[in-house]
Design a protein around this ligand. Structure first.
Ligand code: HEC
Length: 127
């Protein structure tokens, strides 16, 4: 016969296991970059005004082509613009881009990275 204490223990173990599983799912969901959301952000922030149609035809040579770039690189570039380094000679201190990224959360930047990577671009020769 199962003692009440043993039964409680079993219930507790089951509860812990499902809590852990839910936690894992939530953590995964929070980190999964969403290219669709990235597109909405890129459109609403008007990134194409400088980086051009599909982020692949910059309106001026001082604006880089972005389309096809790896998402991790885009994410870190945006994070660096947002943080700045306080020294105009090092890191990403570009005032134009710093202004563009102020309102973005790290999750937004991951979404933008996923969107940028999904685009066909002249920078990419083989995919
Ligand atoms: C007003 C013009 C302008 C707008 C709008 C703009 N950018 Fe930029 N972007 C620039 C310039 C200029 C640079 C190069 C800055 C430098 O020298 O570091 C740049 C650089 C970048 C880089 C670094 C690329 C690389 O290869 O290192 C990324 C990523 C980027 N922009 C993403 C964005 C995103 C995403 C948006 C919209 C949220 C955006 N930009 C909006 C002008 C703009």
């Amino acid at each position: 016969m199962i003692k009440p204490q043993q039964a409680l223990h079993t219930v507790f173990k089951a509860a812990c296991a499902s809590a852990a599983a839910i936690g894992l799912l939530a953590a995964n969901a929070a980190h999964a970059a969403d290219a669709g959301k990235g597109k909405v952000l890129v459109d609403s922030h008007n990134c194409a005004a400088c980086h051009g149609a599909n982020l692949n035809k910059p309106v001026s040579p001082e604006y880089p082509k972005l389309a096809g770039q790896h998402s991790d690189y885009i994410y870190w570039a945006l994070r660096q613009y947002q943080m700045g380094t306080g020294n105009p000679h090092f890191g990403r201190n570009n005032a134009i881009m710093q202004a563009q990224v102020q309102s973005l959360s790290p999750g937004d930047m991951k979404d933008i990275g996923a969107y940028v990577e999904s685009l066909d671009g002249d920078l990419v020769q083989k995919k």
